[in-house]
Write a protein that binds this ligand. Sequence first.
Ligand code: SF4
Ligand code: SF4
Length: 161
Amino acid sequence: MEDRNERPDICGPCGGECCRTRPGFEAPERFLRAADPAAHLAAALASGEWLLARHVGVPWRGGVPPPDEVRWREILCPRPATVEERRLGRAFASGERSPCVFLEERGCRLAFAERPRMCRSLEPSAAGECLAAFGPGEAAAAWLPHQALVEEARRRAGVGR
Ligand code: SF4
Ligand code: SF4
């Protein structure tokens, strides 16, 4: 597990730009740990607090592109919804911005260990270039082998594409 990445000295003055605009992606393990992973993910989706964001392809490795069959593949990855996405009942199509549903006045209402992996891996930077070791591309690569599980959860939750 990542060390706690909270840096009030940096994030305080920033005001939580990440949480106010782009919730972090989750890794599969949160759901794979459950006795019925598809049911666990379906319940999260049905709550409206989580959704499936689209990502095209997986990252290049060592300057080598991924195989063609995944290079342009649409991969669905869970992350918390934004307030506006929850209201709309669907994920934003592009770069729209809205606060994460878990963001409260005093910060994230999830305990650190319960936050999405991308949130836990984000390295705050006073220069405004905060990077996550586990970003959208890493989430897509991690979720690629579990797309059947995602589709099953989506079907059970009754959420559209
Ligand atoms: S991680 Fe970066 S964007 Fe997020 S609150 Fe901290 S400084 Fe701001
Ligand atoms: S889950 Fe918490 S840390 Fe992650 S974006 Fe939402 S409010 Fe921020």
